[in-house]
Write a protein of this length. Structure first.
Length: 570
């Protein structure tokens, strides 16, 4: 007898093959039968009613590293059909971290990933140091599958201490990093992540950016030994630099026989030629034998912020960045200082950085006000309010921030990656992987969820850029292949029973909402989803659109090349 049969479904098996009317049977957490008809009894039978049954979606670029230690569901990923999240991107993870480095790592994580300090401090227990201990700290409470990369910056910090922030490593230190990476991979790390762009809380390069080319080469050699992958953040805003980095990654991939994924592949009105040039270079390196996977998100960037917490929206504007990094009282003083204020206004209109050019201050929306008298301004743009009052929009924003003690909430809508017509071609390209969603990061700035529903609602239903089967493949089988998740991503007997049942006509990301669910009663912005009917993780019902989250816990730690620890019983 089967544990579960889902029948009368439109089966999209994760390969991109045409869908068919059929059924899937599950026993002991594994898919045991797939076909147009399945005979036999089951403890539970679900009639799909013609909805789509697909492998659980995989989110390849998340930052749930801290959240997963107190939230084993990686909320709200399951609500979007995601059954596996990949953490540890951008050279950062919560391990390996020595006790004396916890404050630094916490500060870096809060800065880059914009996790509120109070919530981070309230949620983190820090009862680990090694990578193995870190995985053990949360594996018994998982309701979703988690795969974690080892962060290059963390490897350097463990071996070199504070010197990791100052200089290149010695030969002996590189050898020790190689040994540490091997330990992480043996403990269950999926691979390693690094970055060429990220900065820490003191506006200094993260440790991995101080690595000499020989160091990265040596670590890639270890990845090659294990058949592991590497994730990289390159200079995604500069076409010339990005193409140069792709050439470097191509050489590393060929030399060590590894898959390298870079993220994000970002479309911008300031540099519309970037994506076509980058893809041309990826094709060239692929022709030479490299395995390079660009990650491209499907959704546009919408950012919500207040000035009492630093936000990366202003990281490319030096005066703004220096001002908002200060304590709140000093930021308030700067906003009222005529000389500094003049610089802020000028910089708002005269940004030279390509990414900064996408951010148009007058188009910011006043999304939430603290004072009752200002509530009528909510939902309106600074441009419209300023025109009504006869003042400058940036001056107005500064005045509101000062009046409300930096608690006015503003939103920058469609900061970039919002040209549906221009990115339809690249996102449907066989070489491009859907990813770079940043789930779990920037939680008080913008909702980093919804790539799955947005891909199907906009690029399948609206633009017709790809078939439904192709979209499902891009969310499942393609990612599993690229990351070595050998028993995930397809509906095939013997593979893990990660399943999502959804309505293809209504699947979409929902509106951005503020939810007060962080430790310490902190709030964050999330997006619910529409059209998700049921989500199963290793054969157990994890989420139902009708009933919400279940109490069953079927998630596990997922390692590369099919090395997956057995799931726990419910």
């Amino acid at each position: 007898m089967y544990d579960l049969i889902i029948k009368n479904a439109r089966v999209c098996d994760g390969t991109g093959a045409p869908a068919y009317r059929g059924a899937v049977a599950v026993s002991d957490g594994l898919i045991t039968a797939v076909g147009t008809r399945i005979d036999g009894d089951a403890r539970r039978v679900v009639d799909a009613g013609g909805n789509v049954l697909a492998p659980g979606f995989i989110d390849p670029h998340t930052h749930f590293d801290a959240q997963i230690t107190w939230d084993g569901l990686a909320t709200p990923s399951l609500e979007h059909g995601v059954t596996t999240v990949i953490n540890g991107n951008c050279s950062l993870t919560m391990a390996p971290v020595r006790a004396e480095h916890r404050d630094f790592v916490g500060a870096v994580f809060r800065q880059i990933e914009e996790m509120p300090a109070a919530a981070f401090d309230a949620g983190m227990r820090w009862n680990w140091e090694t990578f193995e201990e870190y995985l053990g700290a949360f594996r018994d409470n998982l309701g979703i599958n988690v795969a974690t990369l080892a962060g290059h910056s963390m490897l350097r910090l463990w071996v070199m201490g504070e010197a990791a922030r100052e200089r290149a490593a010695t030969e002996d230190e590189v050898v020790r990093m190689q040994g540490l990476l091997r330990e992480c991979l043996q403990a269950g790390a999926l691979g390693m992540s690094t970055s060429w762009v990220d900065i820490d809380h003191e506006h200094r390069p993260v440790p991995c950016r101080l690595a000499a080319p020989e160091e990265l080469d040596a670590l890639c050699a270890v990845l090659g030994e294990a058949g592991a992958v590497m994730q990289v953040v390159p200079e995604f805003w500069d076409p010339d630099l990005l193409c140069t980095r792709i050439d470097i990654l191509g050489e590393l991939s060929r030399r060590h026989h590894i898959t390298v994924s870079f993220s994000p592949l970002f479309d911008s009105n300031a540099t519309p030629e970037l994506v076509p040039r980058a893809l041309e270079r990826v094709r060239l390196q692929t022709a030479y034998g490299a395995r390079i996977v660009p990650q491209m998100q499907s959704r546009p960037i919408d950012v919500t912020f207040e000035f009492d917490v630093p936000t990366s929206v202003f990281s490319t504007r030096p005066t703004w960045w220096a001002t908002i990094l200060k304590p709140a009282a000093e930021t308030l003083a700067d906003f009222q200082n005529p000389d500094i204020r003049e610089q802020l206004v000028a910089e708002a209109y005269n940004a030279m950085h390509p990414i900064a050019m996408e951010v148009h201050f007058p188009d910011f929306i006043v999304s939430r006000c603290e004072l009752e008298k200002n509530r009528p301004l909510e939902g309106r743009t600074l441009r419209d309010i300023a025109a009504e009052r006869g003042c400058d929009p940036v001056e107005l924003m500064l005045d509101l921030a000062v009046e409300e003690n930096l608690r006015t909430c503003f939103s920058a809508v469609a900061v970039g990656h919002d040209n549906l017509e221009r990115i339809s071609g690249p996102i449907s390209d066989p070489l491009v992987q859907v990813g770079s969603g940043d789930g779990g990061a920037h939680v008080t700035r913008f909702a980093t969820y919804g790539d799955t529903g947005y891909l199907i609602s906009r690029f399948v239903r609206q633009a017709g850029a790809m078939s439904l089967e192709r979209a499902v493949y891009k969310l499942t089988g393609q990612i599993a292949d690229n990351w070595g998740l050998a028993d995930r991503g397809r509906l095939r007997p013997g593979l893990a029973a990660d399943l999502v049942l959804f309505d293809p006509d209504t699947l979409d990301r929902g509106p951005e909402i503020a939810v007060q669910d962080l430790p310490g009663e902190g709030y964050r912005y999330i997006r619910r989803a529409t059209g998700i009917e049921q989500v199963y993780v290793n054969g157990l019902l994890a989420y139902s659109g009708a009933q919400g989250y279940s109490n069953e816990r079927g998630g596990c730690i997922v390692a590369g090349q099919g090395s997956v620890p057995g799931r726990r019983a419910a």
